[in-house]
Write a protein that binds this ligand. Structure first.
Ligand code: PLP
Length: 386
């Protein structure tokens, strides 16, 4: 079945009690049992809820996975993965990762005797020197935030194929299952911030994990029902509704991003453009190999690398709303140096290529001419000023 059909039908059955075509919002905490243990598959909604189960089945199918579990946030999902580990285990991740993931690793889990090592995985060979007997987890985000770095998922998995004790996790939030399916490339667990492209309408917070490995699934299921970071039925319903248009939305996100890439490429004041669809992108070839298209996330810098000019631009767009987050139907713009990464000292930011003028956009599904006009008039504010 093709992806465009899966998003409409996968994981969803007609409601058995009424025939309702849409999965109802089972707004209930508990379920009546005939006798102790004699129930209809549901006992208590922390463990299982029918609206959530439909969503979990749907997301699993979209990622070509057997098992899906949903969480109250993307970070709740990430937290569950780390709880698979034991003290003294080591984790290797790419240097460029989502700030919230870095914060959880460095400020929360550093107290649990876990060793986090950040290396440049855009060249997979760098993994060799960092692997130790303690390594139990490899954490990949591709495309990464905010520099859209691309990591070769298949190559990384092949390099640790001989180590059955190592779990490869791919945060697939930026690509969404419409563009990339890491389980097919050998990943053991796929993570999504459902908040972003999957739900797609900037109206909820949710996470998901998908795996084909029954033993990993059983461990994650135990962690989840025990620790309890589960989403409610209303949010599960909204995510199910959002997913139906994922295929259509992503096509438009990609199409608009390609047009904005062309527009930016012809502007004098722009220095670097980070978007995996560019032939000059360091790992464009890998992106072409493992993604079906290049997505709606893009970052760029200004030739004068002026912090102030970047702030002027992001403060003067009107369709591109100045906000954190991404993956919704509306376009967003942000400036890592003054927003998401403001707490990192300037020197440290520069080491990670997060320059003063780096601007990140989440290209929405509005009309592309309007989006380009919006950027044009914001850029004009600095030309005029200069
Ligand atoms: C947003 C995001 C997360 C965290 O998800 P929440 O739903 O905000 O908890 C994790 N990874 C990436 C790449 C993200 O963009």
């Amino acid at each position: 079945m093709k992806f465009g059909t899966k998003v409409i039908h996968s994981g969803l059955d007609t409601d058995p009690s009424t025939g309702a075509i849409i999965t109802p919002i089972y707004q209930t905490s508990t379920y009546v049992q005939k006798k102790p243990g004699d129930n209809m598959g549901y006992e208590y909604s922390r463990t299982k809820n029918p609206t959530r189960s439909a969503l979990e089945n749907s997301i699993a199918v979209l990622e070509n996975g057997k098992f899906g579990i949903c969480y109250s946030s993307g970070m709740g999902a990430a937290d569950a993965i780390i709880k698979l580990l034991k003290p003294n285990d080591a984790i290797i991740c790419n240097k460029d990762i989502y700030g919230g993931t870095y914060r959880m690793f460095s400020q929360v889990f550093s107290n649990f005797d876990l060793k986090f090592k950040y290396i440049d995985l855009t060249n997979a060979d760098n993994l060799t020197n960092s692997l130790t007997d303690q390594t139990k987890l490899i954490w990949i985000e591709t495309p990464s935030n905010p520099l859209l770095e691309i990591i070769d998922i298949q190559k990384i998995k092949e390099m640790v194929q001989h180590r059955e004790d190592i779990i490869v996790v791919v945060d697939n939030t930026f690509a969404s299952p419409a563009l990339q399916n890491p389980l097919d490339l050998g990943a053991d667990i796929v993570l999504h911030s459902v908040t972003k492209y999957l739900a797609g309408h900037s109206d909820l917070i949710m996470g998901a994990l998908i795996t084909n490995n029954p033993s990993i699934y059983e461990k994650l299921f135990l962690i989840t029902k025990s620790c309890g970071a589960v989403p409610g039925p209303m949010d599960s319903f909204l995510a199910l509704r959002g997913i139906k248009t994922l295929d259509l939305r992503i096509k438009k996100h990609c199409e608009n991003a390609a047009k904005i890439n062309s527009f930016l490429s012809n502007l004098n004041m722009i220095d670097k453009i980070y978007w995996p669809g560019r032939e000059t992108h360091k790992n464009h070839i890998i992106a072409k190999k493992q993604m079906r298209d290049f997505g709606g996330m893009m970052s760029f810098t200004l030739k004068n690398d002026s912090f102030e000019d970047a702030v002027t631009i992001i403060s003067n767009t009107s369709l591109f709303k100045l906000a954190e987050s991404l993956g919704g139907v509306e376009s967003l713009i942000s400036h890592p140096a003054s927003m998401t990464h403001a707490s990192i000292p300037k020197k440290e930011r520069e080491k990670h290529n997060l320059s003063n003028s780096l601007i990140r956009i989440s290209v929405g599904i509005e009309n592309s001419d309007d989006l380009i006009d919006d950027l044009k008039q914001a850029f004009n504010k600095i030309t005029k000023k200069g």
